[in-house]
Design a protein around this ligand. Structure first.
Ligand code: ASP
Length: 352
């Protein structure tokens, strides 16, 4: 009799424990599924410290990132494609002098602005990119034109510019891209070490040491979006690295390195020391880990970032999967970043 009671008590305890754990896991998954992101953006990663930021600058960055998110969100809400949302969002960031893309692009060693950009459509794996362009106001639109209006994926330099003109894009004088801040940045980089290219947005006071340990800010911009049809898209636009050698091309326009999108996995945009992102093929690595190993977007993003960091690189990335789950890891002090959920909740973050 005593044994029967003991067995009954054991069964009862096991049943209670199992019921509790089921409640817990269903609570967790319902909480997780509640947050569905439709867009994630970045404005570069690096040595972004609260201690060296002024309240005015912080407010300006927050306002620009918020405006970019609102613009892309409006496109998605109107039923436009994720590609439209990515392009419209990146226009806002390219037109702002705050970011190292379009208007705020950094200078090469020769004192020029040479920009790279890429866009990818996750629904059909079509992609377009431009590299080393100097007169196209919005390089992201040139990348899209290459994808949609040419039989190619990547076009560079004068050829890409001729094509952009034919596609009817806005062409500007190279002087449009002059900003005093970036020019001063080039002078500091040259003074520091004329042979080394420098990642963007160095803090002026500690510029010398920063350009040597290459842990500056990277002001590249990127956007990943998920539209109402469930299609993913990714875009990245950049001026590259301050004092870069003439003709140097970074990871942003290289499909699979700085930019990638696949409806089966995720849309990804990277920012950081481009050479390492190229060698690690970071964006495609994330997609492959998800596709072949079934990893979550968060797990895959962290593994790919760590692998790149092991080679000696630094930076960050944003990734959004087909279910609206996102990741935005970085191994620098900060990364300008922002998210918007399906119900329009905006979050903008700068520091770790
Ligand atoms: N990844 C860019 C490049 O190397 C730089 C950046 O992210 O700011 O061109």
């Amino acid at each position: 009799m005593l044994k029967t009671i003991q067995i009954f008590a054991l069964i009862l305890t096991a049943a209670i424990i199992s019921a509790c754990s089921q409640t817990q896991s269903s609570t967790t998954s319902s909480n997780e599924s509640e947050t569905k992101y439709v867009m994630v953006i970045h404005g570069g990663a690096g040595t972004i410290l609260k201690s060296t930021m002024t309240p005015e600058k912080e407010a300006a960055y927050t306002a620009a990132l918020t405006k970019a998110l609102e613009t892309g969100y409006a496109a998605i809400k109107e039923g436009k494609s994720s590609l439209d949302a990515v392009e419209a969002t990146i226009h806002i960031l390219e037109d702002s002098p705050l970011f190292n893309a379009g208007k705020g692009a950094v200078f090469t060693n020769e004192g020029k602005n040479e920009m790279d950009a890429a866009i990818m459509d996750g629904s059909n794996l079509k992609a377009g990119s431009v590299a080393g362009v100097t007169i196209i106001r919005n390089p992201i639109s040139a990348a899209r034109a290459v994808m949609e209006k040419s039989e190619h994926v990547m076009m560079a330099g004068a050829g890409a510019e001729k094509f952009a003109k034919q596609a009817g894009l806005t062409i500007v004088d190279p002087a449009y891209f002059f900003t005093q801040d970036r020019w001063d940045g080039l002078q500091r980089a040259i003074k520091d070490d004329s042979t080394k290219s420098v990642l963007d947005h160095g803090n002026k006071k500690s510029y010398k040491s920063e350009s040597q340990n290459v842990d500056n800010k990277f002001g590249t911009v990127g956007c990943v979006a998920l539209d109402s049809k469930g299609n993913l898209a990714a875009g990245t636009s950049t001026g590259g690295m301050t004092n870069k050698k003439f003709g140097r091309i970074g990871d942003a326009p290289i499909i699979g390195s700085g930019t990638y999108a696949n409806n089966a996995t995720a849309a990804i945009s990277c920012t950081g020391w481009g050479e390492f992102y190229i060698r690690s093929v970071v964006a495609h690595d994330i997609s492959a880990l998800m596709e072949y190993k079934g990893l979550s977007v968060a797990e895959a993003s962290q593994i790919a970032l760590d692998k790149m960091a092991k080679l000696g690189g630094n930076g960050g990335l944003i990734a959004l999967d087909k279910n609206g789950k996102m990741a935005m890891p970085f191994n620098t002090a900060g990364m300008y970043r922002g998210t918007i959920t399906a119900d329009g909740k905006i979050e903008v973050l700068i520091y770790k």
